[in-house]
Design a protein around this ligand. Structure first.
Ligand code: URA
Length: 219
């Protein structure tokens, strides 16, 4: 994982420094993306939670990862056994996980200027994945950040659960309610609702011309 050296957002830098002062063993830095460099599927979360800031791997150490990683395993985008630590056995396949904001924000709420500042990183990531075919956004902030990264207007691509858009470059954007502890414990997002989103992604990628070609070659 490449380290991200950025302290552009004073509020986030101060917050991370305050956690580091109490927990010198925590990762406490912008959390880099995890997974394949040039995947077919990119998962975009909101921002590291306190657990992710501790471990240094997206969705690792926060409740949200307990639904996300097993679902990735179920649909073949990961193998191994997920645990709330960086040295578990999880390996992503044709999949990468990143966040709209790379630093842990106070109360899990990044402010507008932080989301905007971090969008430069997201934009660069999106430009470096020529094989990318589908993007899964978790929550409104991730959804809007990806839409804006494409130079598009959120009002033309409104967020709702399980919404699907074909982006100008042909990639599929699917968005879901965030698999946060709050959303899952209130059942705003049920495991079935989350799985239905994965079914959409799997169906799209299975019938994608590149994957059809691969299937024809192996059959
Ligand atoms: N952990 C992350 O890395 N991202 C989220 O959006 C939530 C938890």
């Amino acid at each position: 994982m490449t380290q991200i050296n950025c302290t552009k957002c004073p509020r986030l830098a101060a917050y991370i420094a305050s956690i580091k002062a109490i927990h010198p063993d925590y990762f406490c830095a912008p959390v880099p993306p995890f997974g394949d460099q040039d995947p077919e599927l990119l998962v975009v979360g909101l921002a590291p939670g306190r657990g992710t800031n501790r471990t240094g791997r997206p969705f690792t150490g926060d409740v949200a990862g307990e639904l996300l990683y097993p679902m990735l395993v179920k649909y073949g985008w990961a193998t191994g056994h997920f645990e709330a630590k960086k040295d578990d056995t999880i390996v992503l396949h044709q999949c990468r996980i990143t966040n709209a904001v790379k630093c842990v924000p106070p109360e899990n709420k990044p402010i507008g200027s932080e989301i905007t500042a971090c969008r430069a990183l997201l934009k660069a990531e999106l430009a470096q994945m020529p094989s990318l075919k589908a993007i899964l956004c978790l929550g409104t902030i991730a959804h809007h950040s990806v839409i804006r990264s494409y130079g598009l207007k959120p009002k033309d691509y409104p967020f709702k659960h399980h919404v699907q858009y074909i982006l100008p470059d042909g990639r599929l954007l699917v968005s879901s309610y965030h698999c946060s502890k709050y959303n899952t414990s209130t059942r705003r997002l049920t495991p079935q609702m989350f799985e239905d989103v994965f079914k959409t992604l799997a169906a799209f990628l299975k019938q994608h011309p590149c994957n059809q070609q691969k299937e024809n070659l192996t059959s």
